[in-house]
Write a protein that binds this ligand. Structure first.
Ligand code: SF4
Ligand code: SF4
Length: 402
C-alpha cells in the first residue's frame, strides 16, 4: 500500500532515465549482496570455516577471506539499501521488511543453527573465522535495521498526515465534489465542531437551516443538507451546478429544504417535524430506517470530515501511548519478553526434529541477559505495536465509524 498522497513516486522527483539507472544499480547490488552472503553461509554451514581450527595457515587464510568478502558485502549492502530506499520509501511494507530481515539476521540465524544442527552448532560457530562471519552478520542486521526503524517511523508519520489531510481514507457518496468553504463559524475545539462549523456547510443554506438554527448537528438528527441537497436547491431556486445525489422518494428523503422555499407552502405544510433543541422544529422522516440513516451519514462528506477531526485529535496520543507505556513499565516489559523467549524455547525444544532443541536456550539466555539486545528487540516490538495501534484507530474511525 502506498502511504503518500501523490502517486508520482520517485519519477515525480527525478527523471525516468535516472530512476531506471537506480533500479539497475539496485538489482546489481542486491544480486552481489546475495551471492556474497550465500558464499559466507556456505563456508559456515559446510563446516569449511570450522575445519581450519588447529591449522594456523589455513585459519589465517580463512579469516582473511571472510574479512575481504565482508568488506565487499558491506559495500554492496550499502548500495542496495540506498537505492532501495530511493525506490521504495513510499511503500508502507518496506520498513517492516527491513526490520524483519534485520531481526532474522540478528537472532534468527543463530537460532536456526542451534535448532537445525543441534550438537554440531558449537563446532560450526567456534573459531576466529566463524566468529568473524557471525560478527559480520550482526553488523548487517544493524545496517538493515537502522533504516528499517526510520522507514517505519516515517510511514507512521505519513499515515497520520494522510488521515488528517488526504483524500484516500474517506471515500464518500453524499456531498462528493462539494467545495470547501472558508466562511464558516469556527469551533473552539475542532473535535467538538458541529456540522455548521465544518467547511462543507454552505452559507446560503445555513442561514435558514433548522439544524443551524437549533444549534445541533445534522448527524445527530440524521437529517441534513447533503442527503437533501437537490431538494434544497430546488426549493431555493438555486442554479448552482452541483453533482446530483442519487436519491429517490422510496429511499425516504425528506425535503428539509422545503422549509426554505417561500413559494411552496403546501409542500412545507406536509413535512413532518418534531420539536428540536431551542424550540426549532426538525424534519423527521418516517420512511427510512435508523440503519439507512446511519448508512447515509457514514458515506457523507460532512460526517467524514467530523471523523477526520476525530482522527486528528486521537492519532498522535494513541500512537504515542505505546512507547509511553513501555517506557513507564520497562522492567515489566523486559520480564514479559524473557517469559515469551523462554516459552518459545520450550516450544522449540518440544518441536525440535533433532530432539535437542534445548540448545536454543543459549540464545534466549544471551538475549535476555543483555540490556542493549533487549532494548533493540523492545524498540522493534514497540514500532510494530505503534503501527497496530494506528491501524486500529483508522479502522475504528474510518471503517466502522465509531
Ligand atoms: S445541515 Fe448542512 S446547511 Fe445545515 S447546518 Fe448542517 S452543514 Fe450547515
Ligand atoms: S448524511 Fe448525515 S452527515 Fe450528511 S448531511 Fe445528512 S445527516 Fe448530515
Amino acid at each position: 500500500m502506498r502511504i503518500r498522497q501523490s502517486n508520482e513516486g520517485l519519477s515525480g522527483i527525478i527523471s525516468e532515465q535516472a530512476e531506471d539507472l537506480i533500479k539497475k544499480i539496485f538489482q546489481l547490488a542486491l544480486a552481489a549482496s546475495l551471492i556474497l552472503f550465500v558464499y559466507l553461509m556456505y563456508g559456515l554451514f559446510s563446516g569449511d570455516l570450522a575445519d581450519v581450527a588447529g591449522k594456523p595457515d589455513a585459519a589465517k587464510h580463512a579469516l582473511a577471506v571472510v574479512a575481504q568478502i565482508s568488506n565487499y558485502l558491506n559495500l554492496a549492502l550499502v548500495i542496495t539499501l540506498v537505492t532501495s530506499i530511493l525506490l521504495y520509501y513510499d511503500e508502507s511494507v518496506y520498513g517492516f521488511s527491513l526490520l524483519g530481515i534485520a531481526a532474522f539476521l540478528a537472532y534468527g540465524l543463530q537460532f536456526s543453527i542451534d535448532l537445525l544442527f543441534a550438537s554440531e552448532a558449537p563446532r560450526l560457530t567456534s573459531g576466529a573465522a566463524s566468529k568473524s562471519l557471525l560478527h559480520e552478520v550482526w553488523l548487517m542486521a544493524m545496517m538493515i535495521g537502522a533504516p528499517g526503524i526510520i522507514m517505519v517511523v516515517r510511514s507512521m508519520f505519513v499515515r497520520i498526515l494522510e488521515g488528517r489531510q488526504g483524500e484516500d481514507l474517506t471515500a464518500v457518496q453524499y456531498g462528493k465534489g462539494v467545495a470547501r468553504e472558508d466562511d464558516v463559524p469556527k469551533a473552539a475545539i475542532p473535535i467538538l465542531a458541529k456540522c455548521w462549523q465544518l467547511p462543507f456547510c454552505r452559507a446560503g443554506i445555513r442561514k435558514n437551516c433548522p439544524i443551524f438554527l437549533a444549534k445541533t448537528r445534522c448527524w445527530k438528527e440524521r437529517v441534513g443538507c447533503m442527503c437533501e441537497e437537490n431538494i434544497i436547491m430546488l426549493a431555493m431556486g438555486g442554479t448552482e451546478a452541483q453533482t446530483p445525489v442519487n436519491m429517490t422518494k422510496e429511499m425516504g428523503f425528506v425535503a428539509i429544504g422545503d422549509i426554505l422555499a417561500k413559494n411552496n407552502e403546501d409542500k412545507r405544510a406536509s413535512i413532518q417535524t418534531r420539536p428540536g433543541p431551542h424550540g426549532v422544529r426538525i424534519p423527521v422522516n418516517p420512511h427510512i430506517t435508523h440503519e439507512q440513516q446511519k448508512y447515509r451519514c457514514n458515506n457523507c462528506i460532512i460526517y467524514n470530515e467530523h471523523q477526520r477531526l476525530k482522527y486528528s485529535f486521537f492519532s498522535v496520543p494513541v500512537t504515542l501511548c505505546v512507547p509511553v507505556v513501555v517506557f513507564w513499565q520497562f522492567d515489566a516489559v523486559r520480564a514479559l519478553l524473557t517469559t515469551v523467549l523462554q516459552g518459545i524455547d520450550k516450544l522449540v525444544a518440544h518441536l525440535s526434529i533433532s530432539g535437542n532443541g534445548g540448545v536454543s536456550l543459549d540464545l534466549s539466555r544471551q538475549i535476555a541477559g543483555s540490556l542493549p539486545i533487549e532494548t533493540i528487540l523492545i524498540i522493534c516490538l514497540v514500532l510494530v505495536l505503534m503501527t497496530w495501534a494506528q491501524r486500529l484507530l483508522e479502522y475504528c474511525i474510518f471503517t466502522i465509524k465509531i
